[in-house]
Design a protein around this ligand. Structure first.
Ligand code: N7H
Length: 453
């Protein structure tokens, strides 16, 4: 049969019970189509000693232990039906371009994305990232690969990581382990260190929750095409061997400075601290968006995502244009644009801290099919760009949470929800609460590539 005839069309989203999912999920690594959903995760950065022993380790030890998308679904189904206690370990593995080079992988089997091939360091200026000399020492290195190992239990994770490290030690020159720890609010929802519920809005490449009617889709339908994240793996062996580019960035959060900024903004505008923070993020701490409830309250339904900005296109007096979720997703059409991508980050640095200045933050991870037109565009042309997204109050300043770089115009906030004339312009954008400590672009290849490496 001709490869083209049976290749799955990536320009669609699929249900995890579909024929298409069966065809692609055994060769695709987990965490790409849906999150591994475990609150303890080790991110093991690897520098191999030599190509031969690295290949042997991957083939003989690693590949059989990696969690495919099919296995991830089976594990999650088993947990839902009570067949399993949910303590199964999740493992995936990704190469950097440096890793492909070191292992001397054939050019025609190497992923083609130019940002991936050049590495994240080459984009320091475009992204307005700190100079590489200021990155955390471990991230100044050029790692060959990263392995994600996760478990619901921190104890089981520790044991698994120490077993894996024993094997790894035979084939590595150096290693660095970055631990992620999910934190939750009293309602059990994941939050990040500024205290806000995170992980609400995602493109759903698997449509299960939408098909079940569990998600309301009147004003916003999060159905995301597979090709927001998946690309053909040039090293894969089957007609449906896919992989995805993994973006990894360690983002340190200055919680103390952020909380002070919320307070000062509240005082200046004579509004509540909750409302000031919500204008920076675009949602209240519990996840309630500034649209569409009229006027929204910090206490109303948390994880609501069925909204767009059609009632607030000109001024942003309901949800400011510089707020984080508005900068990163304009919701101009009712489905995710081609820039949106699945985010798979996890917090680090222990429990929620009210005044940490450093040492806590987000291990930002995301899967892209095209790094330049997704992550890089979102960070540099949207979040860092003071003119974006325009409107009558332009410039809108940089993204209040993740914007990096020099700001000339300042952000725009509102004293009264929905009142266009209650505008306040900050002389200089509030920002600098998040500091990038380093990162890399990886590719998470198909299992058939790794089996035959
Ligand atoms: Fe964000 N935060 O706590 O303020 N993010 N983010 N992010 N982010 C979102 O809607 C946060 C970062 C996106 O569809 C929420 O899921 C923090 C980077 C996108 O409406 C909160 C950091 C990039 C969305 C945060 C951080 C993005 C989003 C609301 C770093 C991309 C969905 C919860 C430390 C370059 C927008 C939710 C939509 C949501 C926070 C990083 C992108 C609370 C603290 C680097 C696309």
């Amino acid at each position: 049969m001709n490869k083209q005839d049976i290749m799955i069309d990536l320009n669609q989203s699929i249900n995890s019970n579909s024929e298409e999912f069966k065809r692609l999920s055994f060769d695709l690594q987990g965490n790409i189509l849906s999150p591994h959903a475990r609150d303890n995760a080790a991110h093991i950065f690897i520098e191999f000693k030599n190509p031969q022993s690295a290949r042997k380790f991957i083939k003989d030890y690693l590949v059989g232990r990696i969690t495919s998308s099919a296995k991830q679904k089976a594990d999650s189904d088993a947990f839902k039906t009570g067949e399993s206690n949910g303590l199964r370990t999740f493992i995936n593995f990704s190469f950097s371009m440096n890793g492909y080079r070191f292992l001397d992988i054939d050019e025609h089997k190497t992923p083609t994305d130019s940002s991936f091939r050049n590495g994240m360091k080459s984009k320091q200026r475009n992204l307005n990232d700190p100079l590489i000399d200021f990155w955390q020492g471990e991230y100044q290195k050029d790692w060959h690969a990263v392995m994600i190992v996760s478990n619901k239990s921190s104890k089981i994770l520790r044991n698994r990581v120490s077993t894996i490290k024993k094997e790894l030690n035979k084939v590595i020159k150096s290693i660095y382990v970055e631990i992620g720890k999910g934190i939750r609010n009293n309602e059990g929802n994941h939050i990040e260190h500024f205290g806000y519920v995170d992980g609400i809005s995602q493109p759903h490449m698997l449509t299960d929750k939408i098909d079940d009617g569990k998600i309301s889709i009147v004003n916003w339908n999060p159905k995301g095409r597979l090709n927001l994240a998946l690309v053909e793996d040039p090293g894969g062996q089957g007609p449906n061997s896919f992989g995805s580019y993994l973006i990894f960035r360690k983002l340190d959060q200055n919680v103390k400075a952020f909380r002070l900024a919320e307070q000062k903004l509240a005082e200046k505008m004579q509004i509540s601290v909750d409302y000031a923070g919500a204008q920076m993020v675009g949602r209240y701490r519990n996840g309630t968006p500034l649209i569409p409830i009229s006027p929204p309250q910090p206490t109303s339904a948390g994880k609501m995502n069925d909204f767009n900005y059609s009632s607030d296109r000109t001024t942003g007096s309901k949800c400011p244009f510089g707020s984080h979720i508005r900068k990163t997703n304009q919701r101009n059409s009712i489905i995710p644009d081609g820039v949106q991508f699945p985010r798979r980050g996890i917090t680090y640095g222990g429990n929620l801290s009210k005044n940490a200045e450093s040492g806590v933050g987000l291990l930002f991870m995301a899967y892209n099919s095209n790094i330049g037109s997704q992550f890089e565009l979102m960070q540099s042309s949207w979040a860092n760009s003071t003119g974006f997204p325009g409107g009558v109050n332009s410039p809108n300043g940089i993204d209040s949470i993740i914007g990096q770089g020099n700001d000339t115009g300042g952000q725009v906030y509102f004293k009264e929800w929905g009142n266009d004339s209650s505008v306040l312009r900050e002389d200089k954008s509030l920002g600098g609460f998040v500091t990038m400590k380093g990162g890399e672009y990886f590719f998470t290849p198909s299992l058939s590539f790794l089996k035959n490496i």
